[in-house]
Design a protein around this ligand. Sequence first.
Ligand code: MTE
Length: 312
Amino acid sequence: MKKLSAKDVTSEVLFNKRRNFLKLGAASIVASSALVDLMAKENLPLANLKYLKDANENDLKLNTFKEITSYNNFYEFTTSKEKVKDLAKDMDTSSWKITIDGLVKNPITIDVQDLIKKYALEERIYRFRCVEGWAMVVPWIGFELKKLIEDVAPLGKAKYVKFTTKYDTEMFPDQSRGVFSSITYPYVEGLRMDEAMNPLTLLAVGLYGKTLEGQNGAPIRLVVPWKYGFKSIKSIDKITFLEEEPLNTWQAQNKNEYGFYANVNPKVDHPRWTQKRERVLGSFFKKKTLAFNGYEKEVGHMYKDMDLTKNF
Ligand code: MTE
């Protein structure tokens, strides 16, 4: 095993200051073999990204790396949340390019590695809430979508942003098999321009200091923390600026169950799942779901003239 330097040993050890393994103490965060053994035992990732840390002002308790990477929704592989990680482990994202096109002055196709070099990365510790009623807290690493939007310079006519997952039947078995055949591939999501420009909206390229695992949407995914998890589209191939609202995958699948906005809203139940409460991965008891997933102060103003029971 590679010998670690103090610089390498960041992520979960530093994040979870209050956790037991920090009995080791901050001063002992060096390449001690005890720490290396501990990291292996706890299945901790080795950080390989440089980023600005989030101060975690709300003192959110992070889910573990293992929890975040072992229970996933990624229909392109399977509908079994526990099986995604094994099916995604050979996903080769090494020369992944992303295209930004549509109603923009400066369309571009760029290697994700070059994109990462272009924008300073930062950590964002966000709550994440799936419409199925489970939730977690994730220390994402990424950059604001806003920065990319400013660089491609949308035309005045551009009112929406459409995101498309890569279509590659060799990489994503269910795209050709279609076991979950009611989903049409490629997976598509969308945001209104002000939502896309909101400082909370992140293009994530890592978590816990490390580049994204396949199951979490490598090499680049969207994270919109005040919306249900299905809006946070994985493994993005294309970002397109449009005049009209794009039809997102789940709305196309069943428009009575899924809308375009999908803001976390404990007052509007999904026909099959109550949205009043949620179970955070790793905890037994459920807790109350917060309006806009706890981000009302930052995003509520964007919807003040809308009926959110109709625009669900
Ligand atoms: N993106 C793609 N391309 N395919 C998917 O099946 N599932 C969505 C979203 N993004 C999905 C996707 C759903 S339903 C959720 S809850 C989150 O990814 C899950 O993200 P996670 O597995 O990283 O927790």
